[in-house]
Design a protein around this ligand. Sequence first.
Ligand SMILES: Cc1ncc(COP(=O)(O)O)c(C=O)c1O
Length: 397
Amino acid sequence: MFQDTKLLPPDPILGLTKLFQDDPRSEKIDLGVGVYRDLRGATPVMKAVVQAEANVTAAQKTKAYTPADGAPGFGPAILDLVFGKDSNILSSGRAAAVQTPGGCGALRLAGELLNTQGAASLTLGEPTWPNHVPLLSAAGLKLNSVPYYDRDANGVDFAAFKAGVSRLGANDVLLLHGCCHNPTGADLSIEQVDEIANMAAAQGFLPLIDAAYHGFAKDLDADAYMIRKFSADLPEVLVTYSCSKNFGLYRERTGALIIVGASADRAAAVKSQAISLARKNYSMPPAHGGEVVAEILSDPALSKLWREELTEMADRVRSNRQLLERTAQASGLHNRLSFVADQAGMFSLLPLSEDQIRIMREDYGVYIVGGGRINLCGVNEVNVEHLVRAYKAATSA
Ligand SMILES: Cc1ncc(COP(=O)(O)O)c(C=O)c1O
């Protein structure tokens, strides 16, 4: 069976991490990995999670299978968080949630659901998170891309995006990033979200909103704007939700596929299809992360603590953005990196060629993934001047 099986090269981001670890230079900077890191470079377990885990473990009486839609209480808690407790979408029963193994599991399940329900195509803005392509094409969908980001202007190219979106019709699907666009950090403005919602209403395409950074752009309510607006204006919306970043539950593989249907009855039908597809694949999601999230969101004190910790993480990334902008200004780069301060989430795309990325790594020990994406968590008061020096040298070479 496997005598001719080819050995695949390692994942490029993991390869970069290994290069970074092996680099003996003390001034080296890791801007590559895609997780939140604190000032010491650690990805800590949130205090709210530690307490919730203790409660969950103490209360646990069985390891018997969880229900097919995940840990009890998880789905309703995520729906409350995403739509707001008083939302009409919830009181009308139009929204349903299925717990999934992380946001990736939600994306794959969404892809399979769309494929089995006859989606003609799925359109992605370019660039997008690289894993969107294998996850959604492996589900059998035909993928198209439209321009999203202008690398010269360092911002959303809304005219080009809209032109691409204007060609979509009923049975097409448009993938959007809920907030904190990965890899660019450039989000649609509220007015632009409203325009895309109008186009979806007129043209009939289905939005699939990938929400992996809820709480990292402005706050939990503001960051849900796209989901709430689309769900209010359109009959059908899908959301893939990840608890990896905002609950720091990366390895617990905790996420959800959220289905908004034209009615409670339609949402229930689509949810039953999603559960059936999950059953043919991994059967049901791992319970632990879902139990922890449900525990946090149902306990006012834990919920308050979690919100404070999330705000602290988001504030740190925002202040790192400003630090980089200020330092670039002060060292003669004028406004060349000022776009970074206006963007959202952990990532921005620096306008660097592959050669310039190599120079920064080889000559200065600054590790950036191909394409120029940086994780702002890796920037701090101590290393920012070295980073700007490296950027200046690489871009003037
Ligand atoms: C844009 C985007 N979507 C989805 C995910 C999936 O997250 P998870 O780790 O929960 O599978 C990520 C994770 O990095 C992401 O950046």
